[in-house]
Design a binder for this molecule. Structure first.
Ligand code: NIG
Ligand code: FE
Length: 417
């Protein structure tokens, strides 16, 4: 085996350890190694890592090895963003203005604004245009250290346009270095042409979209909410999705307690996302089912809501991940770095819990926990070097992008210094 890259003289290496998702005390425990080194082979896989002296004495470093000095820097696993709506056209800054003046999110949606205005814009774009827009957004995320991203459809809401968006996500999977998982969210809103007969749209999802998109999407998701889809509609859609072999995700209890967390548990969903208003009873069921809580601090921030109770969930033993929810309406955020700060300052999470929430637990929520999310022998070398002496600077320098270098599958794809 050939050593292709040596990341040398790392001042502080920080990583989650073990098989995720991590919960309870394990979510608060990271491995910290000072003066460390990491070795990567020609396949972009981590060969070994640890104290620099041990690594340098145990392996033969040849002149063909690329040596990357990380003097004065901190190495963490590439960040993982397990809930985004990245494929869309246009923006909705005017809606933010309305919300800051006191209009409700669902009120705007019911008027045909919100999600539906993005649907109108997105339907006008072809695959190439959407690919270029989403690619640009992935570049911005990369500059903040995000190396894996889950992407949902949901701004097409017809066979033709949902397929177009899923095709774009699959092209991103092939052509981008980032790890991407795809989620079908046809049940994001009822499209205008079905306003008078929403039941027919649900039939379209169940009888045509889900079977036709099998193979194009890893997961199926539903926006279970007053003004979107009801519990029983979500249950019908997701049961069919499960029969067809999709993994399950739910936008659960974001604006009201709609028992989304209970439904997620009863379907053994991979994740239940948002959970601002989830009841204790449903959270208990999620813990039993092993469903991951994907919390979206920036969405609560932009909607000026009380943040999800991460502290309670972690203490109950639910593995918690965080995501940006990047979308043009409720959360135009790109940075998981800033989101980790939100988690610490507004959700009562400890720094180590936030780091695990944005790496290993997030990778597990995407179904990619075996290949990324931690610095571990045999995993893909998705590594971020921070221009900082300690990971504590993620929180200490909130709002400043301290990402210095991004390594994707063993390749240096961004380097500032
Ligand atoms: O997760 N809540 C539903 N979906 C997104 C918002 C999408 C939009 O407003 O365009 C969310 O918050
Ligand atoms: Fe969302």
């Amino acid at each position: 085996m050939e050593i292709k890259v040596l990341i040398d003289e790392i001042e502080e290496l920080v990583t989650p350890e073990g098989k995720g998702p991590l919960s309870k005390e394990d979510q608060g425990r990271v491995k910290i190694i000072n003066n460390a080194a990491i070795l990567i082979d020609e396949n972009g896989t981590i060969v070994d890592f640890g104290k620099r002296e041990r690594i340098l004495s145990n392996y033969r470093i040849t002149p063909s090895t690329y040596v990357l000095s990380a003097k004065g820097k901190t190495a963490i696993p590439g960040l993982v963003d397990p809930h985004t709506h990245l494929v869309y056209t246009g923006c909705r800054h005017w809606e933010l203005k309305e919300r800051l003046q006191g209009k409700g999110y669902i009120e705007i949606l019911k008027r045909g604004g919100g999600i539906l205005s993005t649907v109108e814009e997105t339907r006008k774009s072809d695959e190439d245009e959407l690919f270029a827009l989403a690619s640009k957004r992935l570049d911005i995320m990369l500059s903040y250290g995000t190396t894996s991203v889950e992407i949902k459809s949901g701004y097409g809401l017809s066979l033709k346009h949902e397929r177009k968006i899923l095709n774009v996500i699959n092209r991103l999977k092939k052509e981008r270095g980032q790890i991407i998982s795809s989620t079908f969210l046809g049940a994001h809103a009822v499209p205008p042409e079905y306003r008078e007969s929403p039941a027919d749209y649900i039939d379209l999802i169940i009888n045509s979209m889900l079977p036709e998109f099998k193979g194009l999407a890893d997961f199926a998701d539903v926006f279970l909410e007053e003004g979107a889809f009801s519990y029983s509609e979500a249950e019908r859609i997701l049961k069919r999705a499960r029969e067809l072999g999709y993994g399950i995700k739910i936008h659960a209890d974001e604006i009201t307690d709609s028992k989304g967390a209970c439904l997620a548990a009863s379907l053994s969903a991979q994740s239940a996302d948002h959970l601002l208003y989830a009841s204790d009873d449903c959270l208990k069921q999620m813990k039993q089912a092993g469903t991951i809580a994907v919390l979206l601090p920036s969405t609560a921030y932009f909607l000026k809501k009380t943040f999800a109770n991460a502290r309670k969930m972690i203490d109950m033993g639910i593995p918690v991940a965080i995501a940006t929810d990047h979308n043009p309406g409720t959360s135009p955020l790109y940075s998981q770095l800033l989101n980790m700060s939100f988690a610490v300052f507004f959700m009562n999470m400890q720094p180590e819990e936030a780091l695990i929430a944005a790496t290993l637990n997030a990778a597990c929520a995407m179904g990619k926990g075996e290949i990324t999310g931690s610095i571990e022998k045999g995993k893909r070398a998705d590594i971020v070097l921070l221009n900082a002496h300690s990971y504590m600077h993620i929180f200490y320098e909130t709002g400043h992008n301290i990402v210095d270098t991004v390594i994707l599958g063993g390749k240096v794809v961004l380097k500032k210094d």
